[in-house]
Design a binder for this molecule. Structure first.
Ligand SMILES: Nc1ncnc2c1ncn2[C@@H]1O[C@H](COP(=O)(O)OP(=O)(O)O)[C@@H](O)[C@H]1O
Ligand SMILES: [Mg+2]
Length: 199
């Protein structure tokens, strides 16, 4: 695997050597090929997600299962928490479990409390979960899919993450990362706006 040279895009987590060793394919050489096999796995994971009844979706168990279903054909470490520190997260690896427990408790309170509207809940939920950054990789994709699924299960319309910008993927990604960085500073307006286009 030493010849692998996966270039990282802005706002994504670089894979460390041990994580790259966890790949289940030996013939991949480019980021494009990796994207492709991950996409195939994600499509299969989405089938699983949308064609079964899932109980207790606001839980660590469900989140790990979802990550495993989305990435488990590609990465041996899918569904398992990261053990290394990452720049994107202010939380240490040992704190992922406790932070997730608090996170799910808070999300239940936000939903049951009735004081926040769903745009606020979805944006805060998405940001907090990517900030905890539970897994070595795939956090952005898993968290967007998780957020959409929670919206759906609670009878809400589902964010498209500004699909109107899909002809210009770089502009779309830049706006998304800018919105997350504003949320890092406690300003959720950009992220709420970014998530407002729904289907
Ligand atoms: N400043 C930031 N604050 C919070 N989350 C961020 C920030 N920058 C990037 N992210 C999130 O981290 C994700 C990248 O993490 P990664 O584990 O590589 O996910 P993926 O492999 O699905 O892209 C981005 O898609 C985004 O959701
Ligand atoms: Mg990544």
């Amino acid at each position: 695997m030493s010849e692998h040279n996966f270039v990282t895009r802005d706002g994504s987590t670089p894979l460390d050597h041990d994580q790259i060793k966890g790949i289940r394919f030996s013939h991949l050489t480019t980021m494009g090929e990796l994207d492709e096999i991950e996409d195939t796995n994600i499509q299969k994971g989405l089938e699983w997600l949308h064609h079964q009844d899932h109980e207790n979706i606001l839980s660590m168990e469900f989140l790990c299962k979802l990550h495993e279903k989305l990435f488990g054909d590609v990465w041996k470490w899918a569904g398992k928490f990261r053990t290394v520190e990452v720049n994107i997260s202010k939380y240490r690896a040992y704190d992922v479990g406790p932070q997730l427990k608090n996170f799910f408790d808070d999300v239940r309170l936000w939903i049951d409390g009735g004081k926040m509207n769903w745009d606020e809940i979805a944006a805060e939920m998405h940001h907090r979960l990517v900030t905890i950054h539970p897994f070595p990789n795939g956090n952005g994709r898993t968290t967007r899919i998780f957020t959409e699924y929670v919206q759906k299960r609670f009878g809400q319309k589902v964010s498209t993450w500004k699909s109107s910008l899909s002809p210009t993927p770089k502009a779309r990604r830049d706006l998304y990362i800018k919105a997350l960085r504003a949320a890092d500073r406690g300003d959720f307006l950009l992220l709420i706006e970014f998530m407002q286009e729904k289907k």
